[in-house]
Design a protein around this ligand. Sequence first.
Ligand code: F6R
Length: 645
Amino acid sequence: MIAEEQLCNLKDISYQPAGIYENTRFEKIHNVVYDDSNVASAIVAAEIADLIRKKNDKGEVCVLGLATGSSPIKVYEELIRLHKEEGLSFQNVVTFNLDEYYPMGKANSQSYYYFMHEYLFDHVDIPPENVNIPRGDLETDEILDFCIGYEEKIKSYGGLDFQLLGIGRTGHIGFNEPGSHYNSRTRLITLDHLTRSDAAASFLGLENVPKKAITMGIKTVMEAKRVVLLAWGKNKAEVVREAVEGEITSQVPATYLQEHENTTFVIDTGAASELTRIKTPWLVGPCEWTSSLTRKAVVWLCEHTEKSILRLTDKDYNDNGMESLLTKEGSSYDLNIKMFNVLQHTITGWPGGKPGADDTKRPERSEPARKRVIIFSPHPDDDVISMGGTFDRLVEQGHEVHVAYQTSGNIAVSNHEAMKFAEVAAELNPEDKLFREVIESINQNEEYAPDAEVVRRLKGLIRQKESLGATRYVGIPDSRAHFLKLPFYETGAIKKKPLGEEDVQIMMNLIEEVKPHQIYAAGDLADPHGTHKTCLDALFLALERLKEKAYMDDCWVWLYRGAWHEWDMHEIEMAVPMSPDQVLRKRRAIFFHQSQKDGVMFQGDDSREFWVRAEERNKDTATKYHKLGLADYAAIEAFRRYHFK
Ligand code: F6R
C-alpha cells in the first residue's frame, strides 16, 4: 500500500498538458502530452531533483530505478545540468538499473553499464558503491543468485522511491517482454525479435544483438512508489495507446501499470497520436472545430465509412460524433464540397509554383517564375528517396535547384563495400600506399570500433559519388550539389556529438549564399532522436538566426517526411503527383545509391529496399487521395509547410 503523502507528486510539479484535450474517458493511465520532448524531459528531471532534495532534507536515501535507451537521455542531461549549475547532489542517491543485455561485458560500448556511466554517473557526484546495474558478465550458474540478491538489495533500501521507464514497441517495460507474469522478479529473459531488431542499428546488424537480458521483474517495478514512463515519437504511438487504453494483458506488459496507483506517462504529441482523445476527439467529447480538426475528421470519416468525401451523408456525420460539426457547417452537402476543394487544392504538378497562373488556390506562389531552391537531405540519398519526383519536376520546370547533403553518411557504408573500392584503387595503382593502408585498416578493424579516418573518408566519398550520379541524372550541375559534412555526425560511430555552433554556421552560410525562395527539408518532427531530427534542428536554428534578413521574406519551407513515415492525409499541404514514367525516373535516381541497396545497415524492421519503400509509400498516398474521391494518380509525394516567422 502506498502512503498518501507519496501519492503522485503531480501537485508539486507542473505537468502541463500541451493541448486542449481534457477528456480522458478511454484512458486508464494518467498521462500528460507535450509538444516538445525536451521540455517534458526537463520537467521529469525536475520531479526527480525535487525528490532527491526532499529526501536529503530529511536525511534519507533516495532510491531511483533507472532506464537506458534513447527515451531518458534528455532527462539525464538535465539532471547533470542541475548538478553542475544548481548544486543538485547525488550523494544520498542509490540507483538500480532496470536491465542489462546478457551476455555483455561492462567495457563493451553497447552495455547498459557503459551507457549509464556515459550519460549520467560519470558527470554527477553519486558514490560508485550506490550504483547497481544487473550484471551481464556473470557465468550462467551465477545468475539466479545474483537476481535474488538484486531484489533483496532493493528491499533493504525500502524499495524504489521512483522508477523511470521507457516502453518498447512490444509493450515491454524493463525487458519484461510479452508473456511476462505480473508476479515476475529480476531474472534472465529472452528478448523479443522486435526488440532485437529495434536495437539492430546500434549493434550494426541484428546478428550482433544479444538474445537475452537480465531484467527487473514486473512486480519489482509495480512496487515502486512512483513510476514515470517516457515515450517519444510516432513509433511508440500504437503501443502507448494499447498500454493506456487496452485491457490488461501479459501480451503488453506495460498495461500492468494500469493497476499502479502513482504512474504518469509523459509523452510527446507523436507518441500520443493514437490515443482516442487525440486521434478522434469527436468520439470523446465536444470539440473546437478548427479547420485542421475538420479536415482530420472528414478524412477519418471517409476511411471509417469507406466512402469518398462527396458521398458522406448527414447520418454518417451524426453517427460518428460529428453532429456539432454539421451544425456549424450547415449540411453534409456544403461541408463535403468545401473539404473536397480543400484537398483538391493541395494537389499540384508545379511544386515551384505555376508561372503566370492565378495562385490564390495553389499551394505555392507563381512568382518568381524561376525560383532558387535548396533541398536539404540529411543523408546522401534522402533527397531522391523522399522527394525524387518533386526534385525532378523542379529541375525540369527551370528552377535553380541546389541539393545540400547535410551529413557524409559514411557509417552506413559496409566494410565489404569500402573494400571493393579500395581493392580496385590499389590494383590500379600498385605503388600507392594509401589504399594498402585502407585495406589493412578494414581488415584489422574490431567490431564496433570507429573506422580509421582514412576509411571514413573513403566511405564518405563513396556516398558522395553515388549522390553525384543521381544529381547528374536528375540534371543539376555538380556545383549545385553541396556536401556539408556537418561536424556533429563525424564521430565515426553511431553515437553523434550534440549539434554545435559550427553545424549551424555551415547551414546558415549556404542559405546566405543561395538566398532560396524554397527550402525542402526532412521534417521528422515527431521523431526526437537520430540524424534526421538533428539535421532539422540545425535548419531551424539557422532559420531562426536568418529570419530577419530581407530575402527570407520570400523563403518558404516545405517539409517532406523521412524514409519511415508519410504525413497523415490531413497534414498534407502540397501533394505532387507523378506519372508512371516519373516513378521510373525516381527509381533510377535511387539506384545510384548502390551502397544502400540490398541488406543496408540501417534498415530498421522493414526489410524492403529503399526504392520499394518509396514507391509503395507514394502509391499509397495516391490511392488515399483517390479513395477520398480525388483524381487517380500513379504516385504522390507529400509536403507540409513550416512557418518559421
Ligand atoms: C531500457 C529498458 C527498455 C527501454 C525500451 C525503450 O533500460 O528497460 O524497456 O526503455 O526498450 O527504449 P528506447 O527508449 O530506446 O526507445
